[in-house]
Design a protein around this ligand. Structure first.
Ligand SMILES: [Zn+2]
Length: 359
């Protein structure tokens, strides 16, 4: 890996490009280089800026409750303000506590492209990458569950990425886009009682069914990658490589590994050594985690599951609050994810390729 920096007069405008060694393994695709030139100074922003995005989400927001609607409206208004096309996927879910009204928030970039962007005959046919998280919080009868890592922080990270794009995008020529980006904020991920196939992931199951019924498999085939963020913001955040045998998933994981290295090299991360994305052997494939990616995995969509293992120690207990978050980890991961977003927008190799294709 090379990292080169240029310092322009007194202004700290840092750019770097990285290129990494090429290694082809069977059935995997390793990126030759990070294609994008990223303006480093634009990746950084204060933790207080992040808290401004996070705090309105960090309230009790059980599906079907007024808190849930409040958070949903906030997500809709923020994404619209950032210039995205926003649609609701609303439905009634049969839960152990009766029928609950739920809504997924589907935001598509750039504006003007529909929820079902690839099915509209008049729109330019582009594949898309989906970034997703859930915005509901799990119901606990005996305490108010704020669920900061689960998943208020992931939701705020998506808002942060959208804000970054709105403030820094030089992609004004949408005709040059190689893919759409969709952010999906799922409702009803949590089980009301015990996690079962019918009491969990209400939102993602509904969205996948809707796509399937309306547009069939092609709607899934047009998703280059489905990135799911969950349980982020705690200590000891290590992300396993859960799908090393799926070339696009493995490729995406390796891109994150390169980005982490590049940012470390630029001394921009709080950590002094590589930590977050180090599972290049794909040991994570041995852990199965049930989550919102499952309905898409069943449709053969390449998944990048950004959920740490082990889970944060505050998982599903009342200590999962904003005060108990680890700001340094969040600051690092914000930078990594913004850089990753730029890669997704620019790096054609993210598309699934045959194993024999030479990189
Ligand atoms: Zn949870």
């Amino acid at each position: 890996m090379n990292a080169s920096f240029r310092l322009f007069s007194n202004i700290f405008l840092l750019y770097f490009t990285t290129s990494v060694g090429v290694k082809c393994q069977r059935n995997t695709v390793v990126p030759k280089k990070l294609s994008n030139s990223v303006k480093i100074s634009s990746l950084t922003s204060s933790y207080n800026d992040f808290l401004d995005l996070l705090n309105p989400i960090a309230i009790e927001r059980v599906s079907g409750s007024s808190g849930n609607v409040q958070v949903r409206n906030y997500l809709v208004s923020k994404m619209k303000n950032f210039g995205w096309n926003v649609e609701l996927d609303s439905f009634n879910a049969n839960t152990p506590y009766g029928v609950k009204s739920m809504s997924n928030v589907i935001a598509t970039y750039p504006i003007g492209k529909s929820f079902y962007a690839n099915s509209n005959a008049n729109s330019k046919v582009l594949n898309r990458v989906v970034f997703a998280c859930h915005y509901d919080s799990k119901y606990f009868a005996n305490f108010k569950f704020i669920a900061a890592t689960d998943s208020a922080v992931p939701c705020a990270m998506l808002l942060d990425m959208a804000k970054f794009l709105s403030e820094n995008s030089n992609i004004k020529d949408f005709n040059k886009l190689i893919r759409h980006i969709q952010f999906v904020f799922f409702d009803g991920e949590e089980a009301f009682k015990e996690w079962t196939s019918t009491d969990s992931i209400y939102g993602s199951r509904n969205y996948a069914n809707k796509l399937s019924n309306k547009y069939g498999q092609k709607s899934f085939d047009s998703i280059d990658l489905f990135v799911l963020l969950d349980l982020i913001g705690g200590d000891n955040t290590k992300f396993p490589n859960y799908f090393p045998n799926v070339p696009t998933s493995n490729n995406a994981y390796k891109i994150l590994n390169k980005i982490e290295k590049a940012l470390l090299g630029a001394k921009l991360l709080s950590r002094q050594s590589q930590f977050y994305f180090t599972d290049l052997q794909g040991n994570g494939q041995f852990y199965g985690v049930e989550d919102d990616h499952k309905p898409f995995l069943r449709k053969n969509v390449p998944i990048l599951h950004l959920i740490p293992s082990p889970f944060p120690s505050v998982w599903h207990n009342q200590r999962d609050t904003v005060d108990n978050l680890f700001p340094n980890n969040i600051q690092d991961l914000r930078m990594i994810m913004k850089y990753f977003l730029m890669e997704i927008l620019n790096n054609k190799e993210m598309k699934p390729v045959k194993a024999e294709d030479e990189f």
